[in-house]
Design a protein around this ligand. Structure first.
Ligand code: ATP
Ligand code: MG
Length: 253
């Protein structure tokens, strides 16, 4: 049975997709079967894995609104052991449709069960909000990974995110665990970074992944080639750091 892990932070541009794609690819490259579910209407994880958004027929939108079984939406990527359920802008409409629907219907969980025994890990790339799509993802997850930039505003959003996790545990998913907080776009030479990291340590020490992900051009250019970093430049700093985080993640959950 696959472990299901969401990558979530309501703050935008903090490295959710970069972390989800690269950790998924890294673990898949090691021989585990991995499914990445793109739960963001931006479809960044989809294109980052080299899938052209204009060519896909079925997306996670069809699963979310109950028009398709997830098994019919899975696409194999060019990378070993790594499949994806793509997303595109259709999903933006789902958020509204769901609000209308679920006011008078029971909350329905994201239907992943039919494919859970085909994979070792299912990773969900969440959108930058705590709306219905994120709630659906967290409600079926064993754990959540929280990518976070070393900025002052990052800490403000954290308590809100932890509150959401608490609410989801109470309402839908008592087993939801915070797997870890991952520092992204890290630049150890900045004084600000040091101050923010000290602050984060004060509150979340035991949750922090040991290795932060450095800010490097290689990581930002890889999606343009439709490749995870472990294929684009396997020995660059970012690839080695994500490899270490992937290892730690597998030990944690
Ligand atoms: N370690 C890094 N070094 C340099 N650039 C990075 C790094 N991590 C991510 N980026 C770049 O920063 C931008 C935001 O990253 P990403 O898309 O992963 O964040 P996100 O949290 O998924 O964003 P959104 O909230 O829009 O979904 C992207 O252009 C990405 O290529
Ligand atoms: Mg993203």
């Amino acid at each position: 049975m696959a472990k299901i892990i969401s990558f979530s932070n309501q703050k935008g541009g903090v490295g959710k997709t970069t972390s989800c794609v690269n950790i998924a690819a890294q673990i898949a490259k090691k021989g585990k079967k991995v499914l990445l579910v793109d739960m963001d209407p931006q479809g960044n994880a989809t294109s980052g894995l080299g899938i052209s958004k204009s060519k896909i027929k079925r997306t996670i939108y069809d699963v979310v609104i109950g028009n398709a079984d997830i098994s019919d939406c899975i696409i194999k990527t060019a990378f070993s052991n790594l499949s994806v359920v793509p997303a595109n802008i259709d999903l933006a409409g789902a958020e509204l449709e769901l609000y209308e629907l679920e006011e008078d219907q029971n909350f329905t969980k994201l239907a992943l069960d039919s494919v859970r025994d085909r994979f070792d890990y299912i990773f969900i790339d969440c959108p930058p909000s705590l709306g219905m799509l994120t709630v659906k993802a967290l409600s079926v997850s064993d754990g959540v990974v929280i990518p976070m930039q070393c900025e002052f505003y990052s800490l403000e959003g954290m308590s809100q995110l932890f509150n959401t996790v608490k609410k989801i545990r109470e309402l839908y998913n008592p087993g939801l665990q915070v797997v870890g907080i991952l520092l992204t776009m890290y630049n150890g030479r900045l004084t600000l970074t040091g101050q923010v990291v000290a602050e984060i340590r004060k509150y979340y020490q035991e949750k922090l992944f040991k290795v932060p992900i450095s800010r490097t051009v290689r990581l930002s250019e890889a999606p343009g080639y439709g490749q995870p970093i472990c294929y684009h430049d396997p020995y660059c700093k970012g690839a080695l750091e994500y490899a270490q985080v992937a290892k730690e993640l597998m030990m944690r959950i």
